[in-house]
Design a protein around this ligand. Structure first.
Ligand code: ADP
Ligand code: ADP
Ligand code: MG
Length: 479
C-alpha cells in the first residue's frame, strides 16, 4: 500500500473528539497538530498530537470560533488540512470556503452542501424536491405570528416551533394550541437570534411518541456515496441524545424498512453532492412512517456505535475522503454489520435534574468489561465550565446481540468511577436496567414517561469494585 505524503493536519477542537481525531491522523501517519488555550493547558488530546498551537483568547468567540485567528495559524504553520470535529466551526460554510481560498483542505463536505443542509428550512425544501418525506409543516420559514397560526391550524396541533438554524436540541418549543404559539413565537425567535444569529422559525407537526432514527453516510470526492445503516437515538433529554444504539430495536428485523430508510438518506445526500461523513436524521412515528428531520454535515457524537457494528473507522475514512484518497470500500454491498453496539454519553450534570453541573474532576478510575471503548477527555484537574458542552466522555460497548451489549454496558457503567464531578452515570445505570428500554420498547418521551431520575439508588456511592481498589491503595501506602 502506498502511503501519501505526510500532511500537517490541524484539529480545531477540544474534548474527546480532538483525541479521537488525533488518533486517526496518527494511524494514517500524518502530523496531528492540536490546539490549546490558557483555560485548558493540560487537556489530554494534546498528548495524542505531535504539535501544539496556542489559541489566544479567553472565551469560545475569541478562540475556537475565531476564524481570522485560525486562518492566520493555518497560513503561518503551513497546515495542509483542517478537521473541525463537531460543534464550533464544523458546520460553518464560510470557514470551509476561506480555507479553500488559501489552498487548505477542509476535512468535511463541500461548502455548498453545508450551506444547503445547515438551514432546516432550505434542507426541507431540498428533501421535498428529492421526494424524501418531510414532517408536515411550513415549507420554509414562517414570516410572522399570523402565518404560524395558519400553518398550525393546517397541520393540526400539537406543533413544534423550531429555529431554522438550531442545533444541539436548542431552539424548539412544543405548542398544543393557538395560545401556546402566541406565547412561544417571540421567545423562540429571541432565543434563536441569541444562540444562532438567525431568528427564522419553522412550524412542524409534533410527532407523538416518535423514534429518532438516523443514517450514517459517507462520500468521497469521486462521486461514491455509501450508507452505514442506522442508529437509534431516542433516549434524549431536552431534545439531546444521551443513549444511542445500532441497529435500531424499532426497525429490528424489518430489512425492507431498513433498506427503504437507508436508500432515502442516500437519495437526499446525492442531491447535494455529499462528499464526506454526514448523518441524515429522521423521525419515525408509531406506524413506522418516517420523515426527514435534518442533515448534520459533520461527524456526529454517536458515530462510534456505527464503527463498532461495521468495523469501519469513519474518521479515518473522512480524512482519506478529504485528501482524495481511496476509501478501500469496493461497493455498498461490501459494507456489512454484525452484532449490536450501545453508547452512553457521560455528562457532567446532575443525574436528577439533568442540568449541567460544572466542577473540577479530582480523579477517575475504570474497571471495564473486555472490549469497552471509552472516548473521553478526563484527567485529574479537568474543570468543566458552562462555556463548553458538559459531555466529558462516551462509553461504547459491542456485543453479539442487544442483550449482550446491554449486559456489557451495565458492567461498564459499574466500572466507571469519577470523583469530584457530578455525572449522569447513576441515571444511565437506571436506564440500562429499565424494563421498557430492555425490551427496546421506548420513544423520545422515555425520560418523561419512565422518570428514571426518580429511581436512582441513593445508597450506592462507591461500588464494591472501587471499595476494593481503595483498600489495595490504602494497604500500599501502609494505612
Ligand atoms: P449530534 O448531533 O452529533 O448527535 P449534538 O446534537 O449533541 O450531537 O451536537 C454535538 C455538539 O455540537 C454539541 O456540543 C452541540 O452543543 C453542538 N452543536 C450542534 N449543533 C450546533 C449548532 N447549530 N450551533 C452550535 N453548536 C451546535
Ligand atoms: P437539532 O438540530 O437540535 O438536533 P432536530 O430537528 O434534529 O434538531 O431535533 C432534535 C430532536 O427533537 C429530535 O431527535 C426529536 O426528539 C425532537 N423533534 C424534532 N422535531 C420533532 C417533531 N416534528 N416531532 C417530534 N419530535 C421532534
Ligand atoms: Mg438533530
Amino acid at each position: 500500500m502506498k502511503l501519501s505524503k505526510k500532511k500537517r493536519i490541524l484539529i480545531i477542537n477540544r474534548g474527546e473528539i480532538a483525541s479521537r481525531i488525533a488518533k486517526a491522523v496518527r494511524e494514517l501517519e500524518h502530523i496531528a497538530v492540536g490546539v490549546w488555550t490558557d483555560n485548558e493547558i493540560n487537556a489530554p488530546h494534546l498528548q495524542f498530537c505531535h504539535e501544539w498551537l496556542k489559541l489566544e483568547g479567553s472565551n469560545n468567540a475569541e478562540t475556537y470560533l475565531n476564524i481570522s485567528q485560525i486562518l492566520n495559524l493555518v497560513k503561518k504553520e503551513k497546515i495542509d488540512a483542517v478537521h473541525p470535529g463537531y460543534g464550533f466551526l464544523a458546520e460553518n460554510a464560510e470557514f470551509a470556503e476561506e480555507l479553500e481560498k488559501i489552498g487548505t483542505i477542509f476535512i468535511g463536505p463541500n461548502p455548498t452542501a453545508i450551506r444547503m443542509m445547515g438551514d432546516k428550512a432550505i434542507s426541507k425544501k431540498k428533501a421535498l424536491e428529492s421526494k424524501v418525506p418531510v414532517v408536515p409543516g411550513s415549507v420554509g420559514a414562517v414570516d410572522d405570528l399570523e402565518e404560524a397560526f395558519r400553518v398550525s391550524e393546517e397541520v393540526g396541533y400539537p406543533i413544534l416551533l423550531k429555529a431554522v438554524a438550531g442545533g444541539g436540541g436548542k431552539g424548539m418549543r412544543a405548542c398544543f394550541n393557538k395560545e401556546d404559539v402566541e406565547k412561544n413565537f417571540d421567545v423562540v425567535q429571541r432565543e434563536s437570534l441569541a444562540a444562532f444569529g438567525n431568528k427564522d422559525l419553522l412550524v412542524e407537526k409534533l410527532i407523538l411518541n416518535p423514534r429518532h432514527i438516523e443514517i450514517q453516510v459517507l462520500g468521497d470526492k469521486k462521486g461514491n456515496l455509501y450508507h452505514f445503516f442506522e442508529r437509534e437515538c431516542s433516549i434524549q433529554r431536552r431534545h439531546q441524545k444521551i443513549v444511542e444504539e445500532a441497529p435500531s430495536p424499532f426497525i429490528g428485523e424489518d430489512e425492507k424498512l431498513r433498506e427503504k430508510i437507508c436508500e432515502t438518506a442516500i437519495r437526499l445526500a446525492k442531491e447535494v453532492n455529499y462528499d464526506s461523513a454526514g448523518t441524515v436524521e429522521f423521525i419515525m412515528g408509531e406506524d413506522k412512517s418516517f420523515y426527514f428531520l435534518e442533515m448534520n454535515t459533520r461527524i456526529q457524537v454517536e458515530h462510534p456505535v456505527t464503527e463498532e457494528i461495521t468495523g469501519i473507522d469513519l474518521i479515518v475514512c473522512m480524512i482519506q475522503s478529504a485528501l482524495e484518497e481511496d476509501l478501500g470500500i469496493p461497493n455498498q454491498e461490501w459494507i456489512r454489520r454484525s452484532g449490536h453496539a450501545i453508547e452512553c454519553r457521560i455528562c457532567a450534570e446532575d443525574p436528577v435534574t439533568m442540568l449541567p453541573a460544572p466542577g473540577k474532576l479530582t480523579g477517575f478510575d475504570t474497571c471495564f468489561p473486555q472490549g469497552t471503548r471509552f472516548d473521553n477527555c478526563l484527567y485529574p484537574g479537568l474543570v468543566v465550565t458552562p462555556d463548553f458542552d458538559p459531555m466529558v466522555g462516551k462509553l461504547i460497548v459491542e456485543g453479539i446481540n442487544r442483550d449482550v451489549a446491554m449486559r456489557k454496558m451495565r458492567a461498564a457503567l459499574e466500572g466507571l468511577l469519577i470523583e469530584g464531578l457530578k455525572t449522569n452515570v447513576p441515571l444511565l445505570k437506571v436506564i440500562l436496567r429499565n424494563e421498557a428500554f430492555s425490551k427496546g420498547n421506548y420513544s423520545t418521551n422515555f425520560i418523561e414517561k419512565e422518570k428514571p431520575q426518580n429511581q436512582i439508588d441513593k445508597d450506592i456511592n462507591i461500588q464494591d469494585i472501587f471499595k476494593k481498589l481503595a483498600i489495595i491503595e490504602a494497604r500500599k501506602i501502609g494505612l
